[in-house]
Design a protein around this ligand. Structure first.
Ligand code: HEC
Ligand code: HEC
Length: 178
């Protein structure tokens, strides 16, 4: 497995994080079965630029669907270097994006896979404190709708910092209806 070294480092970081997370947990009774999975990925929380990611994602629906379905982009698992090359390749193929639009698209793609990897556990850790996932699964919002909903939760007492807010909003927006 090619990321063995990273896993070892991650495990060490986690060992120290678990102590901190364990002390600060405010989990309510119905979160017991969820908490096991939650601590791990928080150590690898991606740094999401919430505004650029949202812009980039919206641009992709418009600009990257001219020649192929959005699934071509969603299903591609490329490294950061490969994404830069691929987007350049699409421009050569005839895609029309300004420099600013390219930056936004690339910013979204840079952290997309990490958001998918960490989103479920961050979401469970932060959003199952007061109610179950059912409450969330019943709501079908777009990206802006999830921003509003999560901010509503924060106004109601959910203690979620900006880094986690960005991951949760993007994860819920991208995963689509349940
Ligand atoms: C003008 C037409 C066109 C537009 C617009 C376009 N593509 Fe493509 N794309 C292609 C063609 C043709 C292929 C298949 C051949 C190839 O790989 O060049 C492709 C293939 C791909 C692939 C799979 C191949 C690979 O490199 O892994 C990805 C990923 C991709 N496109 C991403 C994008 C993204 C992201 C955008 C928007 C920024 C975009 N495309 C916009 C024409 C386009
Ligand atoms: C501090 C407690 C608390 C936390 C933490 C919390 N919620 Fe809520 N949530 C509530 C309460 C109370 C309601 C019902 C009252 C309401 O709708 O304002 C609710 C209702 C909801 C609803 C249904 C109403 C709507 O706005 O559509 C959704 C969806 C929702 N929460 C999503 C979330 C998400 C996503 C998270 C994590 C980011 C979260 N909640 C975290 C307290 C919380």
């Amino acid at each position: 497995m090619r990321c063995d070294k990273r896993l070892v480092v991650l495990a060490l970081v986690l060992a120290s994080m678990l102590v901190l997370v364990g002390c600060g947990s405010e989990a309510a009774t119905d979160t017991a079965e969820e908490t096991q999975a939650s601590a791990g990925d928080v150590a690898a929380l991606p740094e999401v630029d919430a505004v650029a990611s949202k812009t980039g994602w919206a641009l992709m629906q418009e600009k990257c669907t001219v020649c192929h379905p959005i699934a071509t982009v969603n299903e591609a698992r490329l490294s950061w270097e490969e994404w830069k090359t691929a987007v350049g390749h699409m421009l050569d193929n005839g895609a029309t994006l300004t420099d600013a639009e390219q930056q936004a698209v690339l910013e979204y793609l840079r952290t997309r896979d990490e958001v998918f990897a960490t989103g479920p556990s961050v979401f469970q850790q932060e959003c199952m404190v007061c109610h179950t996932t059912q409450r969330v699964n019943e709501a079908a919002y777009d990206w802006t709708g999830w921003e509003t909903a999560v901010d509503h939760m924060i106004a109601n007492g959910a203690q979620i910092d900006q880094a986690r807010r960005a991951v949760i909003v993007e994860y819920l927006a991208i995963r689509g209806p349940q």
